[in-house]
Ligand binder design. Structure first.
Ligand code: NAP
Length: 436
């Protein structure tokens, strides 16, 4: 029997709701959702209860209609400690930096029963982390990593409830499993293909985890003076993640850092015997294409063999070409869709009443710290990532001092993530094996 018959989604965010609809519609699974009991999740649990467990996913663009639908979920658990019943597969649709915190709240009984664990939006090292945790329980569960979540999904009404809207769907996703061949990988790939998402199965989970564009672009875009001033400062002027300076952080020196970080990452991959990534090709072919007039096929395909100055030039051209959506229809004034108008979010008071840091760059801090820790373990120098971390920690600490006396979330502390890194790099993990 397939392990995807009884599926428990962990997390009560928009991703969990979209996936609940997909698993019901495509695989007719028995679906449960479990989340922590928090101020933020309160309205989700209330809405689900009121709708008698009905959830709905809508789409913005009719070409994504296969994602839409509604279904009745079979079980809802408020608090990870309250999970009951038998589950074959658990699906992590929580933020990556919370994996261990949530795992520790799941009972050993549940974890020993589980035959498959799916990580929807992991980071570099997440699979090793979960594998290490599960082997300590003598579990033999298969652990599957996707490169990233397949869409862009948010709350339909702007606040947590039982309805979400998916506004974008990726064309291609990668996945890797601790088991090969795997019936679960086959079923999940079929499910994604039915949703019009191409899936490429990689040899290992860590390889899939490297095919996540956020790893390469978020740290340089966010962990710099300009963006962090916009995140932590109280400037009234809005700044944009993907715009050129002074509307956004993109300057020739930011592009130089992006390139340098990619090279540090490629040195890590080489040490682990993982195939390298052509950054420009990955950006254009797997993420957002640009018009051939802006970047030629030849430049894209030869990117990793070019001189650094040429590579920087092409990356800058890529960002400049995507300020507007080059495939949108211009209006009568010749204006194209303002594709880069994604504001940098400011620190905010969360629903618990604590001053908090937005997911970008909070989650990116965790991701870079993981890569930095792995690099240290492998003796790979990573001065660019060290600089990203240093500037982030400095800005965050100074913001904490400025707001002393207010209630601050845990995100306002410098963290070492020692436990996670020890587990990720432990003996026998994929990351402890390196080529000589
Ligand atoms: N939504 C998208 O379009 C999208 C796109 C790409 C990638 N992703 C990734 O997919 C994942 C899920 O996305 P989402 O939009 O559904 O996220 P979300 O709404 O921000 O949160 C998902 C869940 O994580 C839980 N969580 C966060 N920190 C936790 C902690 N320390 N302990 C326990 N639970 C914790 C949240 O609980 P509370 O509600 O109690 O905080 C919530 O149940 C994220 O990693 C995100 O980066 C999402």
């Amino acid at each position: 029997m397939s392990d995807l018959k009884r599926v428990l989604l962990l997390g009560t965010g928009p991703v969990a709701i979209q996936l609940a609809v997909n698993f019901k519609k495509q695989l007719n699974s028995y679906v449960g959702i479990a989340g922590r009991d928090s101020v933020r999740s309160e309205s989700f649990f209330a809405a689900v209860k009121q709708s008698h467990y009905q959830v709905r996913a809508a789409v913005q663009n009719e070409k994504h209609e296969r994602m839409q639908g509604e279904c009745v979920i079979d079980n809802v658990f408020k608090g990870y400690g309250s999970i009951e019943g038998e589950w074959d597969t658990i699906i992590f649709s929580i933020t990556t930096d919370a994996y261990i915190e949530v795992l520790k709240q799941l009972s050993d009984k549940l974890l020993n029963q589980v035959r498959c664990i799916v990580l929807i939006s992991p980071t570099f090292g997440s699979n090793s982390l979960i594998k290490n945790y599960m082997s300590a329980l003598h579990s033999n569960a298969e652990i599957i990593s996707f490169s990233t979540y397949f869409g862009d999904t948010r709350w339909a009404g702007g606040v947590p409830a039982n309805k979400v809207i998916t506004t974008a769907v990726k064309k291609k996703i990668y996945l890797g499993s601790t088991r090969c061949p795997s019936g679960n990988v086959q079923r999940l790939s079929q499910m994604y293909e039915q949703l019009d998402v191409t899936v490429e199965v990689m040899k290992t989970p860590i390889e899939a985890e490297t095919r996540n564009i956020s790893l390469y672009v978020h740290p340089p875009l966010f962990m710099n003076e300009f963006s962090l001033n916009a995140v932590f400062g109280d400037t009234a002027v809005r700044k944009y993640v993907y715009k050129l300076f002074p509307e956004g952080p993109i300057t020739p020196s930011l592009i130089r850092d992006m390139l340098a970080q990619w090279k540090e990452m490629m040195t890590i991959l080489k040490k682990l015997n993982i195939e390298s990534i052509n950054l420009l090709q990955f950006m254009t072919d797997d993420n957002y294409p640009v018009r051939p007039e802006s970047l030629s096929r030849q430049d894209i395909e030869n990117f990793d063999r070019l001189e650094p100055i040429h590579q920087e030039y092409l990356l800058y051209v890529r960002y400049a070409s995507l300020l507007i959506d080059p495939f949108s229809k211009p209006d009568a004034d010749g204006k194209y869709f303002d594709f880069s108008a994604i504001p940098i979010k400011n620190i905010f008071v969360n629903r618990e009443g604590d001053l908090d840091i937005p997911r970008m760059p909070k989650e990116d801090y965790y991701r870079v710290k993981m890569i930095q820790g792995i690099a240290n373990h492998l003796d790979v120098p990573c001065p660019t990532m060290d600089r990203f971390v240093a500037i982030y920690e400095d800005k965050m600490t100074k913001a904490a001092q400025r707001h002393a006396g207010e209630r601050l979330s845990k995100a306002f502390t410098v963290q070492r993530f020692e436990e996670e890194l020890q587990m990720i790099c432990s003996e026998g993990s994929e990351l402890s094996r390196q080529t000589p």
